[in-house]
Write a protein of this length. Structure first.
Length: 136
């Protein structure tokens, strides 16, 4: 069984950091999206998050392995495979949970980005309405 590719953990952490930064920018109104595009992106991120969460919910079952035999080397193999499924540093469950975190950040960021755009559009519309009322 192959071990973790060097840098995978760093890549995942970089993705989390990038989306945390984008979320802060969306909160501050620096990152904005068209409402329809943002809604579609948010909906897609939610579908991804839900699908990966279902994988997390079932991946823990992969640690219950049988059929390796009674030799001590077989037991060692069984234990190694069980750790790859759950509770190990590089387990499938851990990787999937990190993906859920990224998808959640994506979804929330898109929602914030369209919210700020909508706020900005509403504010501009209100200012225009006030100007038009002054002309009458």
């Amino acid at each position: 069984m192959s071990e973790s590719v060097p840098g995978e953990e760093a890549q995942m952490q970089a993705m989390v950091t990038r989306w945390q930064t984008l979320k802060k920018q969306a909160e501050g109104g620096e990152f904005r999206l068209d409402e329809e595009i943002g809604k579609q992106l948010s909906d897609h991120a939610e579908r991804m998050r839900s699908a990966v969460q279902r994988m997390v919910d079932t991946a823990g079952d992969l640690q219950h392995l049988a059929g390796f035999g009674t030799l001590s080397s077989a037991e060692d193999l069984r234990a190694k495979f069980a750790l790859k499924a759950d509770k190990g540093n590089d387990s499938a469950v851990k990787r999937l949970q990190q993906s859920v975190e990224v998808a959640t950040l994506m979804r929330d960021t898109y929602k914030l980005a369209i919210g700020k755009l909508t706020e900005s559009d509403q504010s501009a519309a209100d200012r225009l309405a006030q100007l038009n009322m002054g002309d009458s």
